[in-house]
Design a protein around this ligand. Structure first.
Ligand code: FES
Ligand code: FES
Length: 178
């Protein structure tokens, strides 16, 4: 066993862990932070992404818990504060950036790492920045819009109002199938 000392979502933890324990299992099984998901065993899906030292997203299934010794980890549970959703969480809700939601914690943490590095990414940069995160449901388009929403809000500008599809009232001709 190895003693580690780290901060997770601002709370200090000191524990003895098996040297082979993965960070994702430490977060989920030892700390009970099950918002960080495990979606594969090949380091490809990104569902396990967390933030390391506040500015870099890492796949927590690719790190041992002992490698996080002395570091700050932020998980999805650490984003909302004072009852307010983080702009990225708000963006995913506003822009319908999720369906089943399984990939969402990892997407959000990876997007946060991206925005910390590049606060004003282009659409292409968002797509490239999230390349390591897979989503089976959304087709990614609304995820990109959610990150754009958050980027705008985090840079101090009001987030864009949602554009609603305008529905024309049904005409008599349409009702008759003409
Ligand atoms: Fe799939 Fe970590 S669980 S990349
Ligand atoms: Fe279902 Fe992304 S919302 S996997």
């Amino acid at each position: 066993m190895t003693r580690i000392s780290l901060s997770v979502n601002g709370t200090h933890h000191e524990q003895e862990v098996e040297p082979r324990l993965l960070l994702v299992h430490y977060l989920r099984d030892v700390l009970g932070l099950t918002g960080t998901h495990v979606g594969c065993d090949t380091s490809q899906c990104g569902a396990c992404a967390v933030l390391l030292d506040g500015d870099r997203s890492v796949k927590s299934c690719t790190m041992f818990a002992v490698m996080a010794d002395g570091h700050d980890i932020t998980t999805i549970e650490g984003l909302a504060s004072d009852g307010q959703l983080h702009p990225l969480q708000e963006g995913f809700r506003q822009e319908h950036g999720l369906q089943c939601g399984f990939c969402t914690p990892g997407m959000i943490m990876a997007a946060l790492g991206l925005l910390r590095e590049n606060p004003h990414p282009t659409e292409q940069e968002i797509r490239e920045g999230l390349e390591g995160n897979l989503c089976r449901c959304t087709g990614y388009h609304n995820i990109v819009k959610a990150v754009q929403y958050a980027a705008q809000k985090m840079s101090g500008h009001a987030a864009p109002p949602r554009v609603r599809e305008r529905r024309e009232p049904a005409t008599a001709a349409a009702n008759q199938g003409a």
